[in-house]
Design a protein around this ligand. Sequence first.
Ligand code: FMN
Length: 325
Amino acid sequence: MKTRITELFAIQHPIMQGGMHFVGFAELAAAVSNAGGLGIITGLTQKTPEKLAAEIARCRAMTDKPFGVNLTFLPSVSQPDYPGYIRAIIEGGVQIVETAGNNPAKWLPALKDAGIKVIHKCTSVRHALKAEAIGCDAVSVDGFECGGHPGEDDVPNFILLPRAAEELTIPFVASGGMANARSLVAALACGADGINMGTRFIATVEAPVHANVKQALVNASELDTRLVMRPLRNTERVLTNPAVERLLEKERALGAALRFEDIIEEVAGVYPRIMMEGDMDAGAWSCGMVAGLIHDIPTCKALIEGIMADAETLVRGRLLGMLGG
Ligand SMILES: Cc1cc2nc3c(=O)[nH]c(=O)nc-3n(C[C@H](O)[C@H](O)[C@H](O)COP(=O)(O)O)c2cc1C
């Protein structure tokens, strides 16, 4: 399949893997890219620019296909060494960067001067238009269904994507709730040029996370996610567990008085314990409603090729059939 996204990133299939904290290591990024999609290493999971440089080198040893790096710009007291991470990306010869979080304008000149394509992930049309205006090459439009941070507007993809199509000139991928051929065909119909998947890629053979995490996704239904940190305007969609229910109880009890410090035990530093050790009740971890559509743990190649084959059947069989074609 050829779309503006496959052309922009020089990839075979219009499917990318979003950056994921403590999931987006070289193994997963390389597996997605080797399968013809676009794999993404999560920059900030690597604690220093030197470690990111090593991770990029590890990924390059596993694939000769294009892959990218996610840089998430967080409002935080102790700023990560962003100039250092950007240097590691440029010197590592990475061609594509997925930015997320705050407006990436400050960091764009360095990336663009190095010839890097930038896709910015955003949860609203106004932020997508801003990304287009500052010179991003594409955007990833993340609907309310998504795992991670859906923003505060709560617009699901069946509205958000066609709205993005009405307004944007640059290509965009549909992100949030994407899992299979139906997602891809629907996203293309809504005006997107491809899809971005997070949660679905965790339940794959190559995702270097504990087996408990993959099984939790297979077991979960579309009813099992919760929104946390809404009172802090830092909403995150997570899989429910006792720690999440405790966190929500604190939010209810403290109301507007809630501070980050009140919930630190349930959210800070929990990713290594969950993703690496499989301690599923350690705290809140991002997960999309799409968990309800995850029933197996395939290889990235089987997943991506299955989506592409089923999409063709869906278009040629079901859709063309409806037209009598
Ligand atoms: C476990 C997990 C960790 C994530 N970490 C990040 C991150 O560090 N930076 C980022 O930009 N997005 C992050 N995301 C969001 C994904 O890149 C992607 O936008 C989202 O998962 C899409 O929704 P889906 O899960 O319904 O496919 C994360 C998502 C998950 C599930």
